[in-house]
Design a protein around this ligand. Structure first.
Ligand code: HEC
Ligand code: HEC
Length: 228
């Protein structure tokens, strides 16, 4: 009897603890993040929303980010877009120098370890539909980073918008030199395959790459970052 009472008490306490972690993550997102980022895909997601949003959309965060990277980055955010948020209203002609738009003038909000873990736990639940991020589109081992490097850097022009190493490459979009730590393989491959599915207004062109080229780009990007 005593034993089962004890068990009950422990179970209740445990579920309270896990629930409050969830609630805390939700609460933090509401208070500290929703003013700039969308966590639910808006019904109307047109060009004007894209141009005026203050931060990237995070409603598919669970399919995009590696959990470890997200927990670390939220505690010590580093600049991902060297010229500021990538929409026209925030972009400055002064690329590379100090930030551009209003949302980029100050540093990104930092969270404590506990807060970062709670927020990440919530964000990992936000996954993309199966026809957007295709599970298994990247086939590990089918290409090497060395296959992808020349395509990325010169032949296909990816390097004119994206940096592949600090200081190397274009500054008009997200750096990809931490890309392999930051993003999941299937997200990277699906994005390259069809950018407008992710960011309807973004100026990354949709190109008809062969599957073999997509494997090569992805293998190269996955090799960039600490997680080799
Ligand atoms: C004042 C607006 C603002 C607030 C508030 C804000 N962010 Fe951001 N966030 C940004 C901007 C702008 C960027 C782009 C930074 C860059 O590219 O260097 C960004 C980038 C990010 C990224 C990386 C996006 C990517 O894929 O490149 C994540 C993840 C993120 N924010 C999460 C959060 C979370 C979680 C919160 C709340 C704790 C939060 N942000 C609060 C404006 C904001
Ligand atoms: C004309 C400029 C341009 C070119 C060329 C370009 N991209 Fe992009 N790319 C973008 C923009 C804009 C985004 C939107 C990402 C953002 O800022 O959040 C993007 C996003 C991405 C992302 C997702 C990154 C993230 O952090 O969300 C990947 C992966 C990517 N591009 C790979 C490539 C590859 C591979 C090529 C070459 C085949 C390429 N890009 C060519 C502009 C470009």
């Amino acid at each position: 009897m005593l034993k089962s009472l004890l068990l009950l008490a422990v179970t209740i306490l445990f579920s309270m603890a896990t629930n409050s972690e969830c609630a805390q993550g939700d609460q933090l997102i509401k208070e500290k993040c929703e003013s700039c980022h969308a966590f639910v895909k808006p019904e109307k997601s047109d060009l004007s929303r894209f141009l005026n949003r203050k931060g990237q959309d995070l409603y598919w965060a669970g399919s995009k980010y590696n959990q470890d990277w997200l927990i670390r980055w939220l505690q010590a955010p580093s600049r991902i877009r060297p010229s500021g948020a990538y929409n026209f209203t925030h972009l400055s002609a002064n690329a590379g120098e100090a930030a551009s738009g209003e949302a980029m003038k100050s540093d990104h909000i930092r969270l404590s370890k506990e807060e970062a873990e709670a927020v990440t736990e919530q964000m990992m639940k936000l996954t993309a539909p199966a026809d957007v991020v295709e599970a298994g589109i990247y086939k590990p081992g089918s290409a090497t980073p060395e296959d992808g490097a020349p395509l990325f850097i010169t032949m296909r022009g990816c390097g004119s918008c994206h940096m592949w190493a600090p200081g190397k490459g274009g500054r008009s979009s997200a750096e990809l030199y931490t890309g392999g730590e930051r993003m999941k393989a299937d997200y990277i491959a699906s994005y390259i395959n069809n950018p407008p599915k992710f960011d309807a207004g973004a100026w990354m062109p949709r190109q008809m790459f062969s599957d073999s080229e997509i494997q090569k780009f992805t293998a190269f990007i996955l090799s960039l970052g600490n997680k080799k």
